[in-house]
Design a protein around this ligand. Sequence first.
Ligand code: CMC
Length: 443
Amino acid sequence: MASNTLTIIDNRTGKRYEIPIEEGNVIRASLLRQIKTSEDDFGLMSYDPAFTNTASCKSKITYIDGEKGILRYRGYPIEELAENSNYLETAYLLIKGELPDIERYKAWEHNIKTHTMVHENIKRLMDGFRYDAHPMGMLLGTIGALSTFYPDAANIFDPESRRLQTRRLIGKLPTLAAYAYRHMRGLPYVYPDNDLSYTGNFLSMLFKMTEVKYKPNPVLERALDVLFILHADHEQNCSTNAMRSVGSSHVDPYSATAAAVAALYGPLHGGANEAVVRMLMEIGSIKRVPEIIKQVKAGERLLYGFGHRVYKNYDPRAKIVRRLANEVFEVTGKNPLIDIALELERIALQDDYFVSRKLYPNVDFYSGIIYQAMGFPMVMFPVLFAIPRVSGWLAQWNEMVQDPEQKIARPRQVYIGEGLRHYVPIERRPAPAHLEEPVSEAI
Ligand code: CMC
């Protein structure tokens, strides 16, 4: 009779173990510890560099089926949210678990908007960065600094404090991001305008010049809002794992968010949309597409914006971004890179190399082209990713803090270094035998 257990026979000892298979098709790695060859044996561990097959938490926030190309926040398909919701409502959904009614939405929006300003000292902190500082580095540094402005944030087990820091972070991130951009451009900082929508205010803080009131273009304001919805969460990716892992030490959420921003800064995570735009600029013309595809197939280059660790189908976000691009171009004029991208996609999706490896466009394939058309410099692309992702990070952090199963994140290792050896005074020590580096490199 079928049972929800896994039987393990240890051929070293002949012993047999029954391990329960829990909901979600998982076994508890800690149960492997009972598999020992002797009493003083530590027990079996699983070895999983990069956590490719290890669930670090149970979560109710985001569901992905990579084979079918499905992404849902709290059960709602990403397509329905992109069509009908706005970023602030989606952030509420991620954090609170349900879509708000009208009253709750109004209160939420009001609460976020009353936290859009930052302490004046943040401006001076910003001024301390060099003129050519990367805006993501400025964002990372200033978010970390916020923990010193709000020492009350250390009370992470106080639900009211968690709610307050959540509102502050979502409210202040666009302000910090816009200040970083204005610093880079040598322009005066623009204070938040709370009459505008979340994204409208962000556009105002970025692009307002001498006009008394900035009027965001409604198409671009909505496009940015949709991009924010699409980027709000993506379950246990590198930066979310950083948020949870650093947060598991019970540090305040500003410090944990700074760590998540640092993870997102890396080119393998938040930097791929920039790589796509650089690649398309280098290709330069659709005439070169067949030659580029040949190089990709020969293993000479990557097709940036293609392939995904989880999606083995069209990334559902990429489909929405591709449609959105046309709406944006109606306002900004067409970004000529779109023709190269569409041709690359057309040829790749007919080619056995891509089809057999299940390589489809991911969210980054088209998002950079839109950002560029909207006038954002490439260095701002990861910042535009970080602003909406903060709601996902906070939802995950809130869930972790309240999860009785979570402890400080502390993976095990498999030690492969030297056995015991004893200290020899430096005068009596021979040159290290296995170190081949010359003395000049011994720094
Ligand atoms: N161009 C050409 N070949 C590729 C690509 C690509 N973009 N991606 C994967 N492959 C090939 C890879 O060479 C391998 O071939 P083979 O089996 O012959 O060795 C096969 O496809 C499987 O790839 P993999 O490297 O084992 O897949 P992975 O899950 O480790 O990597 C990835 C996923 C996203 C890092 C990879 O697809 C990639 O480097 N893509 C380009 C960078 C990119 O667009 N990154 C953005 C990801 S979406 C952002 C987000 O959601 O946060």
